[in-house]
Design a protein around this ligand. Structure first.
Ligand SMILES: [Zn+2]
Ligand SMILES: [Zn+2]
Length: 352
């Protein structure tokens, strides 16, 4: 066995001499039967990757396996890597493990990873969202014995409004700002949230983008994802062109000198964290829109129930509280410590 085992040498459904389908090591989630890691956080020879966010797709691995939809963004972020792709649902035998990737609904190309060894099935959720957003391939529940689930928003307070409702709020905010001569500065992570927002905008003026957002747009457009027309803000950008515009930028850019060129502006941020008043205030945004690329509290329950799994490992978020709650509901749940959680690699940014 590799690395130090962080938790489950006492996995209850297995005879003690048989290795579990997946183990939890200091380099990441490991499959002994297939000798590969899932979303490892230290360099490993063989990695299977759920999606392109920086906490899941890291540099330095020998080979990468991802969905056809996810690889272009991973390549864009990591440069030249040795990689193979699979379609959703396609199976691949790696050693004695049978592996397949299934839609996670988190962002375009994102996947859950199903691993079957000797008839026993484990699924690693990666990050997931159970409600369709019109851009990402919708989440598909996968039956399994053991489910390793993220729980970024694993508290009852986190419930998301309908996407159409939030889209109306954002478009109304933009219209009002445009009418009053203000630029609308909307903060969103450059991979996933930004493109999801773009697909929901009803243009009331030009849509301008920060370079980080535009680079990801270009990758996804080349894959065939339909996004509205955008104009990247370049150093020679003339401020008068910002009249009535909505500017889409990573949250870190909004408080910077970069954002001041647009003149009078209203700032907004779209994130699941906007559900919490305290965080809204700390962010010093004029408007918070509650929109997340992760499952909300009811979504987590539905997803877990739909797997039919008895054993649940919680990662990524309110792991302790969520595991305790699952145990109270009759599941056999425990916490796994991982290094997931910082979506964009942007220091101090919560996953949204
Ligand atoms: Zn993610
Ligand atoms: Zn994540």
């Amino acid at each position: 066995m590799r690395g130090t085992v962080a938790t489950p040498d006492n996995s209850p459904i297995l005879p003690c001499m048989v290795e579990p389908v997946l183990t939890f090591t200091d380099r990441g989630i490991y499959c002994p039967a297939g000798d590969f890691f899932i979303d490892p956080w230290r360099p490993v020879p063989r990695a299977v990757i759920t999606h392109g966010h920086a906490d899941h797709a890291r540099p330095g691995h020998g080979t990468y396996l991802a969905t056809t939809g996810a690889l272009p963004v991973i390549r864009h972020r990591l440069g030249e890597i040795e990689a193979e792709t699979v379609q959703y649902g396609e199976t691949r035998d790696i050693g004695a493990a049978r592996v397949s990737l299934h839609p996670a609904g988190h962002l375009p190309g994102s996947a859950q990873i199903r691993v079957e060894v000797r008839g026993e099935v484990w699924v690693v959720s990666g990050d997931y969202k159970t409600t369709p957003d019109g851009l990402s391939e919708p989440f598909e529940p996968v039956r399994c014995h053991t489910f390793v689930t993220e729980c970024t928003f694993g508290l009852p307070v986190f419930t998301w409004p309908e996407q159409a409702t939030v889209a109306r709020e954002i478009n109304a905010w933009w219209a009002k700002n445009a009418a009053e001569g203000r630029t609308s500065l909307l903060g969103a992570y450059s991979l996933g949230k930004a493109q999801r927002l773009l697909s929901l905008l009803e243009p009331q003026g030009p849509i301008l983008t920060h370079g980080a957002v535009e680079a990801t747009n270009a990758v996804l457009r080349a894959q065939g994802y339909a996004l509205p027309e955008t104009t990247q803000v370049t150093p020679d950008f003339a401020p008068r062109k910002a009249k009535g515009a909505l500017v889409l930028a990573p949250p870190s850019a909004l408080g910077s000198a970069w954002a001041r060129r647009f003149g009078p502006a209203s700032t907004g941020f779209a994130s699941g964290w906007m559900r919490l008043r305290g965080i809204r205030r700390r962010r010093a945004m004029d408007r918070g829109f509650v929109m997340s690329d992760h499952a909300d509290w009811p979504g987590l329950h539905q997803a877990i129930q739909a797997t039919g799994a008895e054993n649940i490992y919680t990662t990524h978020g309110y792991t302790e509280i969520f595991a305790r709650w699952l145990n109270s509901q009759g599941y056999n749940a425990q916490v796994v410590s991982t290094e997931f959680g910082c979506e964009d690699g942007t220091e101090g940014e919560e996953p949204s």
